[in-house]
Design a protein around this ligand. Sequence first.
Ligand SMILES: Cc1cc2nc3c(=O)[nH]c(=O)nc-3n(C[C@H](O)[C@H](O)[C@H](O)COP(=O)(O)OP(=O)(O)OC[C@H]3O[C@@H](n4cnc5c(N)ncnc54)[C@H](O)[C@@H]3O)c2cc1C
Length: 507
Amino acid sequence: MFTGTALSLDIKTVEEYLDVKTVREASTDIGGKMDTEVAIIGAGPVGMAAAAFLHRAGIAVRVFEANPDRAGQSRATTIHPRTLELFDSIPDERGSLAARMVAAGNPVPATHFAALPNRLDYRGLDTSFPFVLLLPQPETERLLAEYLAGQGVVVEPRWKLAGLTQDEQGVTIVSETGDTRRAGYVIGADGAHSATRHALGLGFPGTPASTMGFLADVKLERPPAQPHNWDCERGSYSALPLPGGIYRIFGHEPGDTGLTPEEAARRQAQIPDEAELRATLNRLADDDFGLTEVIWASRTGDATRHAEQYRVGRVFLAGDAAHVHLPAGGQGLNVGVQDAANLAWKLAAEVRGRAPRRIIDGPQSYDAERRPIAARLAANTLAQAALMVTFTPGGKALRDLMSDLIGRNGDTADELRGWLSGLDVSYAEDGSLAGRRVPNLPLADGRTLHRALRPDRCTLVVFGTTVAEGENVVRSTRDWHDLAAVLVRPDGYAAEVWTPGEEIKAR
Ligand SMILES: Cc1cc2nc3c(=O)[nH]c(=O)nc-3n(C[C@H](O)[C@H](O)[C@H](O)COP(=O)(O)OP(=O)(O)OC[C@H]3O[C@@H](n4cnc5c(N)ncnc54)[C@H](O)[C@@H]3O)c2cc1C
């Protein structure tokens, strides 16, 4: 239903705004002195997502990976709706990379906060992906790697960054074997112990681990009746179904808490084997749930840190290189992919020399928008850690209270759902609409907005009777906040909004 009224639309002005004019196609001519326009250090999920978004935006990109064999590192299992929306903007023969992930994973309707019994139901969310996708990280990485290979994006294996230097024209990266490469810009997506971050001399302030839980992907003959179980005396255990009849089990015993950093480091090195996992489950539940096979096991701590800057000159940090925290609520990979999407279009514009100042080092820069998100992520996961491992009567009372609030499905549930799903993450100031995610609006041409977004330029969405034509203009058949038009960034957030009657011109 249209409610927007006629609007005078000066499309020329809009196309000039944020410089949405057609840009030249993918450049392979990057001048004899450069090996690539953007070098990405690390072929984890964040590095590969950044490579995919940048390549889509027509930027020559090359990925350097120290360890060519990441198989067996199960780690993240959870993909949230906002991440799927971002992957939905990457087309492939199945429709999109997101469609491929959904086909490979296990969509479930709800997720947990702090392993509380009452869960956050995603079914009513305004998204094409109103569910949590359980997909082991190696699968996510395989699909990303296949996509990049199909696009001809080179991932150089066994290339470990040892150092870098930068000047006004670019960055020289050096491997541990002394091999050097030259790039216009570098993204360090090389994980928690990031060599890029070290080379930049950036601090990684935060708090060390004080808890160290168990975590494993196993086969269970008779999984527990409830996914999340918590006992003040014994501790906690959870079991979540992954594809292929596998369960992700995780939990804490009271002895795993209140550790010194040295104790935490010692405990982290003690990877539990099948016998120990059985013994742990028996201590926690008087049952090993018919555990027959351990596919992968690890320990997880609550060390929480984030880099003091996300950009130094021509070098950026993204994903675990920029922030680490307890993997609670499945957020690390998701927030990292969202870093990559936020950075890619801005960096693409900068590489092409058409980025306005405000997205380079102003209020809409990558650093300005994403570092506050890491601060929220840190607070959110520390709060979950407190709820998960405070094995006292007070801790139990707090869990009961929070679980009850979530179960009421009111503001608390909405707030947590909006954050965990990624859908309410916003860069808006003072409650304005500019900076908010724009939902997947249905378009008059039969497409939906997220698949219509361009990777390298903004898209103007008009509502109602506004008359507009142009390559970068689409018409929505659904209202959004009674607006006449919204200029949508490549990462799906509103850049500018216009109300009915307002003249569209650059501000
Ligand atoms: C036990 C565990 C469980 C987790 N569970 C979840 C979960 O359920 N949900 C969730 O969202 N997140 C989870 N996480 C977090 C998630 O795995 C990470 O957030 C995610 O892997 C981050 O991706 P990344 O690409 O930033 O870094 P990484 O995945 O660490 O990838 C970094 C890459 O850089 C490479 N590299 C490192 N140094 C160099 C160098 N010097 N030169 C070149 N390459 C280099 C590495 O080999 C690696 O391939 C978990 C993490 C752990 C440890």
